[in-house]
Design a protein around this ligand. Structure first.
Ligand code: NAD
Length: 325
């Protein structure tokens, strides 16, 4: 076992569930760069083999193809691991409205299995992905931990459940859990394809093809778009989170506000494309505004996001230009 903390103890082991996905593969890459041994557990249901292919030759990387819905698989995956970074889940609010039962199985039960396995295997930290969607129908801005409303989608409910289980696992069993409420993450390897693609890859893909993307609503909805490098930093900081942070959950964002219309204009300008957007109806389950207070993560985890929206979006657009061309 390695020493405690995010300063990569050479040889410390990290399990990344969902490591073949967008955020997970960025975490795997960063952890390998910092000298960790990294094990990825993924069933490739939404993740991609090409996301992990570059890591396969690395002797410090191991891939387990398996499902978090199996406790046995989770126990095997947690064996010998110092840290767990649990990212495996199905995302997308609209898909959860279409398929609530799958979300219960994969996100809620899957998270409970990984948490239970981390407990039985004695993990030093169980860090997991929650979501800004847990703020639900509470209109207050900025979003602050402790001021949650009622959830408005099955997806958000699964993340709320994960948070409550993590609080309980700290209280009942002493498992050092740390929840990270991500706010609209974007960056390299976020999937631009399919009807459930996130807004940034959807806009970039359409505009690169010279097509007008659809903006859901009138364009005034705003988001605290968070570049994935900031999420990587938050996970690393959470590995050395002090006991006061255990059992708790923290907003992980940049702390800015960009409307969907502004987002559209920034991307169109960067690509040099002039197509007016199309406006569609607002979607059920979407919260109108998400803008984070990141004070708690700053104070308790030492989180200090280094990538603002502009810098992150330019890097992301450059990556899509290369890969979608
Ligand atoms: P993603 O779909 O790219 O990655 C999820 C990964 O989990 C995929 O590789 C998928 O194959 C894997 N997976 C799904 N079900 C599994 C199962 N049953 N067993 C094993 N592996 C399974 O999504 P992402 O955007 O990288 O999201 C990662 C995490 O962050 C998720 O928990 C998501 O809810 C959360 N999150 C993401 C955002 C965002 O803006 N992208 C915002 C808030 C929270």
């Amino acid at each position: 076992m390695g020493t405690d903390g995010g300063q990569a103890a050479p040889g410390a082991g990290v399990l990344v569930t969902g490591g073949a996905g967008f955020i997970g593969s960025n975490l795997v890459e960063a952890f390998l760069e910092r000298g960790f041994r990294v094990r990825c557990l993924d069933d490739f249901s939404t993740g991609k083999r090409e996301n992990v292919a570059p890591f396969l030759p690395n002797p410090r990387f191991e891939l387990i193809e398996g499902d978090v819905r199996s406790l046995d698989t989770c126990l095997t995956a947690c064996q010998g691991m110092d840290y767990v970074s649990h990212q495996a889940a199905w995302g997308s609010v609209p898909r959860s409205i279409a398929m609530p039962l799958q979300y219960e199985d994969i996100n809620t039960r899957g998270t409970l299995n990984v948490m239970e396995a981390a407990r039985r295997r004695g993990a030093r930290r169980f860090v997991y992905a929650s979501s800004s969607s847990v703020y639900g129908d509470d209109p207050r801005l900025p979003k602050k931990e402790g001021q949650e409303g009622r959830v408005i989608s099955p997806y958000a409910l699964t993340k709320r459940c994960a948070e409550e289980y993590a609080r309980l696992y700290k209280g009942l069993y002493g498992l050092p859990t740390v929840g990270l409420r991500y706010f609209n993450v974007f960056g390299r390897r976020q999937d631009p394809k399919g009807q459930y693609a996130a807004v940034i890859p959807r806009f970039v893909k359409a505009l690169l093809a010279g097509e007008a993307p659809v903006i859901n609503g009138d364009g005034s909805y705003s988001r605290d778009f968070t570049y994935v490098a900031n999420v990587v930093q938050a996970n690393l900081k959470a590995f050395s989170a002090p006991p006061e942070a255990w059992g708790r959950v923290f907003n992980i964002a940049y702390g800015g506000r960009v409307t969907l219309l502004e987002l559209y204009n920034v991307i169109a300008d960067a690509l040099g494309v002039r197509v007016p957007p199309r406006f569609g109806p607002a979607r059920a389950g979407d919260i109108p505004h998400s803008f984070a207070d990141i004070g708690a993560a700053r104070e308790m985890l030492g989180y200090a996001p280094e990538w603002d929206f502009r810098r992150g979006i330019m890097d992301t657009i450059a990556w899509y230009r290369e890969t979608l061309a």
